[in-house]
Design a protein around this ligand. Structure first.
Ligand code: FAD
Ligand code: SF4
Ligand code: SF4
Length: 482
C-alpha cells in the first residue's frame, strides 16, 4: 500500500522557504524568500490534515481548492496540482507571494489554531506555479473561436488583467487602456520587487499580449480619450482604475520640501528598478540615500516604504504609527521582516506638525494611548498630554492610505453612481454599475484592498459579461425556426 503522505503536522514542523540574510536583503530589491526544493514542498504540503470543512479555503477570497492541491503536491503530482490551483486563480504565483496569508488562508488553518504552525499554503502555491512556468505547463491563451463582442477595460491592474484573461480565453476582443507605460497597476509601480519581482508580472503581461489582448498604454481615460468615446468603441466597458488619491495630514508645516507621498516615492523606486530616468530620484527628492527617514502609517504601503528606504541607504528609518503593534493594519510578517532589516517602529505616536524652513527638519510627535473602542470595536487612539517630543528627519513619507478619484466628474459621467466614500456602486455579484454594460471591479469599488480581491472581482465580472453574451446568442432551435 502506498505510504500516507498527509497529516504530517505532528511529526514535521512548519518550515518556510529559506529567507535571505537581512544584511544581504538590504543590498538589493530581489525577493527575500527562496523557492522550496521539491522534497521540502512535498513534506510541507503533507502537513495538511485534509479537513472536511477547510477553513483555509473558505477564507481564501478565491475559494481555492487548497486541500486538493496540497495533497497532489505531497503525492508528487505537481502538474495536476497546478491544474487545480489555476482553475480558481488567474495569478496563483502572485497571490502565493503577496497575499497577507496570516489574515486569509493560513490565519484560518486549523493546525495553526491547534498550535502546530500553519500549513505554508502561500509558499506551496507559489512553488506549484513557478514550477509550472519552468516546466512549460502554463498554456498560452488560445481561444477555441473568435467572437465579435468587444470589451474595453480601463486599468491594467490585477482586476483588469484577471478579467482580460478570462474574456480573451472565451474569444472576445479585449482592449486594455492604462495611463501608465507598463501593465500591472500597483503590482508594477506600487509593490516593491523584494515582495514581488517584476519579471513575475511582466511574463503574465506578455502571455496576455501574445494571447491577443490589445494594450493601449500611456492613455489616460478622461484626457486622451473620453469615457463616452470608449463606450462607443466597445460593447462592454470594465472600470478597474484602482484608488490613487493619497490621504493627507492636516498638520502645520506639511507642505515643506522633503515631505512626500508614499505612492510617488514607491513609483520612483520601482521605475529606477526598471532602469527608467526619474529626475525626482536623481535630484534626491524621492531618494532616501543618506537621510534620516520617518514614515507615517501602519499599513502595507508604510511597510513597503520603510523597507525601500533601508535598501536605498537611509541612515535611519523610523515608522510612526498611532496605534500599537497588535492593532496595526499591516501584515505582522512584514513588520518582522522590516525589523530584521533595521527599521525602528515607534508605536502609539502621531505627527502633530513639522519644523524646518523650506525643507523639513523634524516631526513633532504626540504620544498616544488606546482608549475606548469605537462603533467598530476598534480602540481609538487618544493623545497623552505633555508627552510630545521631536523626531529629526530629512525625508518624511506619508503613507496614510488612498481614496478614490472623483470619476463621475473627471470623466464627465454624472450617471456613474458612487457611494458616499466615492467608490463606484456596482452589483456585488455581477459587478455591473447603474449604467448598462458598464462594470467596475477592484479597489475602485472596494476602496484600497488586496490583489486577490481584485482578481476575484475581475473573474466574476468577466463571467457576468460572458453570461450576457451567451444569453444573446440565439439557440440552435431559434436559428432553425428562422
Ligand atoms: P490597480 O492595481 O491600482 O490598477 C489600476 C490601474 O488603472 C493602474 O495601472 C492605473 O494606471 C490605471 N488607471 C487609473 N486611472 C486610469 C485612467 N483614468 N485611465 C487609464 N488608466 C487608469 N495587496 C496585496 O494583496 N498584497 C500586498 O502586499 C499589497 N501591497 C501593496 C503595497 C502598496 C504600496 C500598495 C499601494 C498597495 C498594495 N496592495 C497589496 C494592494 C493592491 O496592490 C491593490 O489592492 C490592487 O492592486 C488593486 O487592483 P486594481 O486592479 O483594482 O487596481
Ligand atoms: Fe491564500 Fe491568497 Fe492563495 Fe487564497 S490566493 S490560497 S488567500 S495565498
Ligand atoms: Fe489543510 Fe489547514 Fe486547510 Fe485544514 S485548514 S485543509 S489543515 S491547509
Amino acid at each position: 500500500m502506498a505510504k500516507q503522505p498527509m497529516l504530517k503536522f505532528v511529526s514535521i514542523p512548519k518550515e518556510m522557504p529559506s529567507k535571505r540574510d537581512a544584511d544581504q536583503r538590504r543590498e538589493d530589491f530581489n525577493e527575500i524568500y527562496g523557492e522550496y526544493v521539491t522534497e521540502k514542498a512535498r513534506q510541507q504540503a503533507g502537513r495538511c490534515s485534509q479537513c472536511g470543512v477547510p477553513y483555509c479555503q473558505s477564507h481564501c477570497p478565491l475559494h481555492n481548492n487548497i486541500p486538493d492541491w496540497l495533497k497532489l503536491t505531497a503525492e508528487g503530482r505537481l502538474q495536476e496540482a497546478y491544474e487545480v490551483s489555476q482553475a480558481t486563480n488567474t495569478f496563483p504565483e502572485i497571490c502565493g507571494r503577496i497575499c497577507p496569508q496570516d489574515r486569509l488562508c493560513e490565519g484560518n488553518c486549523v493546525i495553526e489554531q491547534s498550535g502546530h504552525g500553519t500549513v505554508t499554503i502561500g509558499a506551496v502555491e507559489k512553488y506549484i506555479t513557478d514550477t509550472a512556468w519552468e516546466e512549460g505547463w502554463v498554456k498560452p491563451i488560445s481561444p477555441a473561436e473568435e467572437r465579435p463582442e468587444s470589451v474595453g477595460i480601463i486599468g491594467a491592474g490585477p482586476g483588469g488583467l484577471a478579467a482580460a484573461d478570462r474574456l480573451r480565453r472565451a474569444g472576445l476582443q479585449v482592449t486594455v487602456y492604462d495611463r501608465y507605460d507598463r501593465s500591472g497597476g500597483l503590482m508594477i509601480y506600487g509593490i516593491p520587487g523584494f515582495k514581488l519581482e517584476k519579471d513575475v508580472v511582466m511574463r503574465r503581461n506578455a502571455q496576455l499580449e501574445e494571447g491577443g489582448v490589445t494594450f493601449v498604454q500611456n492613455c489616460n481615460v478622461g484626457e486622451d480619450i473620453t469615457f463616452d468615446e470608449l463606450r462607443g468603441k466597445h460593447d462592454f466597458v470594465l472600470i478597474a482604475t484602482g484608488v490613487y488619491k493619497s490621504r493627507d495630514l492636516p498638520a502645520p508645516g506639511v507642505g515643506a520640501n522633503g515631505i512626500v507621498r508614499a505612492i510617488d516615492y514607491l513609483t520612483a523606486s520601482n521605475r529606477i528598478g526598471f532602469g527608467d530616468s526619474v529626475p525626482e530620484f536623481t535630484s534626491g527628492e524621492l531618494n532616501a540615500e543618506g537621510k534620516r527617514v520617518v514614515v507615517i502609517g501602519g499599513g502595507d504601503t508604510a511597510m513597503d516604504c520603510v523597507r525601500t528606504a533601508i535598501r536605498q541607504g537611509a541612515t535611519s528609518v523610523k515608522c510612526l504609527y498611532r496605534r500599537d503593534r497588535a492593532n496595526m493594519p499591516g501584515s505582522q510578517r512584514e513588520v518582522q521582516n522590516a525589523e530584521e532589516e533595521g527599521v525602528e517602529f515607534v508605536w502609539l505616536s502621531a505627527p502633530k506638525g513639522f519644523t524646518g524652513g523650506d525643507a523639513v527638519e523634524s516631526v513633532m510627535v504626540q504620544k498616544m494611548r488606546l482608549g475606548a473602542p469605537d462603533a467598530t470595536g476598534r480602540q481609538s487612539p487618544e493623545v497623552i498630554e505633555g508627552a510630545d517630543y521631536v523626531e529629526d528627519a530629512d525625508l518624511v513619507i506619508k503613507a496614510l492610505g488612498f481614496e478614490p478619484e472623483d470619476l463621475p466628474s473627471l470623466w464627465n459621467v454624472p450617471e456613474l453612481e458612487v457611494t458616499r466614500w466615492g467608490t463606484i456602486k456596482a452589483d456585488f455579484r455581477t459587478h455591473e454599475t447603474q449604467i448598462e454594460n458598464v462594470y467596475a471591479v477592484g479597489d475602485i469599488v472596494r476602496g484600497a484592498s488586496l490583489v486577490v480581491w481584485a482578481i476575484r472581482d475581475g473573474r466574476e465580472a468577466a463571467d457576468a459579461i460572458l453570461d450576457k453574451v451567451m444569453a444573446a446568442v440565439p439557440s440552435a432551435t431559434e436559428v432553425a425556426a428562422e
